[in-house]
Design a protein around this ligand. Structure first.
Ligand code: SF4
Length: 522
């Protein structure tokens, strides 16, 4: 059954200005004992932001640290490694057994958390969050962690993913007297915890998580405990690691991706299981399965695009999956060519696999400018027309007179792909063939990836031949769904969500409007 998705991230009230109007039961607070611009860093003006509307964005990365004398700095390092999962805002909350401080702001992790700011976050425990926010979103107000004074005590919470039954849950809570400060998913989770009749906090968390539907990898912290949990379908990744300490208990670390552990010199222990709630206290680590019996549907697009190749997610190295995707693509849709050229950075690993399988030289024929920040001085023309050239530049002496196979990880609206194909041809390439390391994206995501509606997805509205002529390539081919799933299969069988390629959603609640195809030609 298809229902309406509650739009959970817009029109958010300002935590800091509406504080006085809130009832005692559960409300976000300003941090105490934090001076200066502790709560709000300046917003980056929208007009100067670089936004490529044809790229997909993950919404968040989360981390948690328990048992480290400088937990804030550990969280900072972990967030630094997860910066690819969101570049618009970041936050860290810490606890020292007595107090719970929280600082968040707009910008990159390294811009927000200077030494002075980190010094205002004392404690042996920390949770952190980095976020991508959609255009026009009240970004700072949705920055996390959210710090809440609830009937169950002070809680800081951060999550990655998207809940899909918010309307129902929120309406029920409001009938029970809940007063909402924001429309963020995190506050709904905390309200559920505050209203739970369970006797203990851990029971209340387990009870609350069993009432929500959708994608969530959550980290939570009280004054003296850290919690981590994944939704029962395990949409988003979340792993547990450990920093060994010869003089005391080990530091326990949670992170969206295992690449964050490397920077902390932490060892990977295992993934938090779908439907598992893990609690870390001074006495050690305990875990319970708060939900079971639901088929796993981890996001296959994490392997295709979002996660870093040096991360191990869902029991498998991302690098291995992408390499296999390239090889499989070469087997399925090989074409005579002189060069394999990746669209950097995300197309690189698949392109290497393709080149090796096809026996065709791999060359970096497109160079990405890594220093294109979120802000730049806008040229006269509109930003979207300028964005691709700002980011990518062809290596003319490599491409001139060559038959080129370009490898990329997705085509969303098709406009960026067309610009890249034109750019390579304009640099002298004789032929330009485009190969995509996943199936056509025909449906939007409701589980934490910011995809446009079906009306805007080119593959939902055009055939592959039509897309090929739209992007002006000599040929176009996508990896098959069977091929993709084979490439992401690890030692153990993993159930994957493939809804953006099939339109078959693992949960019931999706937005009916967003899954309607375009009525006119794109
Ligand atoms: S719809 Fe696509 S992007 Fe969203 S969770 Fe499923 S596979 Fe991932």
């Amino acid at each position: 059954m298809i229902g309406r998705l509650y739009q959970g991230v817009k029109d958010v009230a300002d935590e800091s200005t509406t504080l006085g109007a809130l009832p005692k039961i559960c409300h976000p607070e300003r941090p105490k004992g934090v001076e200066g611009p502790a709560f709000a860093f300046p917003l980056v003006p929208q007009s100067s932001q670089f936004v490529n509307a044809d790229e997909l964005h993950e919404e968040c990365g989360v981390v948690a640290i328990h048992g480290h004398p400088d937990a804030a700095r550990q969280a900072y390092l972990a967030l630094y490694a997860l910066q690819h999962r969101g570049q618009e805002s970041a936050g860290i909350a810490t606890a020292d057994g007595q107090h719970l401080a929280n600082i968040k702001g707009m910008g990159l992790v390294s811009e927000i958390f200077t030494d002075d700011v980190l010094a205002k976050l004392p404690g042996q425990m920390a949770i952190g969050h980095t976020r991508y926010s959609t255009t026009g979103d009240s970004a700072l107000l949705n920055a996390q962690p959210i710090r809440v004074d609830s009937t169950k005590g002070l809680i800081a919470i951060a999550h990655n993913g998207n809940l899909v039954n918010l309307g129902n849950v929120r309406a029920r809570l409001e009938r029970d007297g809940a007063y909402f400060q924001t429309t963020s998913d995190s506050e709904i989770i905390v309200q559920l915890i505050a209203h739970s009749h369970a006797g203990t906090l851990v029971d209340a968390i387990a009870d609350s998580l069993s009432h929500i539907e959708g994608a969530f990898s959550i980290v939570m912290m009280t004054r003296d405990r850290v919690f981590a949990a994944r939704d029962p379908r395990g949409f988003r990744p979340l792993s547990i690691g450990r920093i060994r300490n010869s003089e005391g208990p080990d530091t326990i670390v949670f992170a969206s991706e295992s690449c964050a552990f490397d920077l902390l010199r932490a060892e990977f222990i295992r993934d938090v299981l779908p439907g598992e709630l893990v609690m870390v206290t001074e006495d050690g680590v305990t875990s319970r399965q708060y939900a079971s019996g639901v088929p796993q549907s981890s996001c296959v697009f994490e392997h295709v695009y979002f996660a870093r190749p040096d991360s191990r997610i869902f029991g498998r190295w991302v690098q291995e999956s992408r390499d296999q995707m390239g090889r499989q693509l070469a087997r399925e849709s090989g074409v005579p060519a002189d060069l394999i050229v990746p669209v950097p950075d995300s197309g690189v690993t698949a392109a290497m696999g393709y080149a090796e399988q096809a026996g065709i030289p791999f060359r970096m024929g497109l160079i990405r400018n890594h220093y294109v920040g979120r802000t730049f001085i806008e040229p006269e023309q509109r930003v979207r027309d300028f964005g691709v050239r700002l980011k990518l530049n062809p290596v003319r002496n490599l491409l001139e007179g060559k038959r080129v196979i370009l490898i990329d990880d997705s085509i969303i609206r098709g406009t960026t792909s067309r610009k890249i194909v034109r750019m390579v041809r304009g640099a002298g390439a004789k032929e330009v063939h485009l190969r995509i390391s996943c199936p056509p994206t025909i449906s939007p995501c409701f589980y934490g990836v910011d995809t446009p509606s079906k009306k805007e997805l080119i593959a939902a509205n055009k055939s592959i031949d039509e897309i090929c002529s739209f992007i002006e390539a000599d040929s176009l081919a996508y990896l098959s769904l069977e091929g993709l799933l084979k490439c992401c299969e690890g030692e153990k069988h993993i159930g994957y969500c493939t809804a953006c390629y099939t339109g078959n959603y693992p949960t019931e609640w999706v937005d009916a409007e967003d899954i309607l195809p375009a009525t006119v030609s794109l």
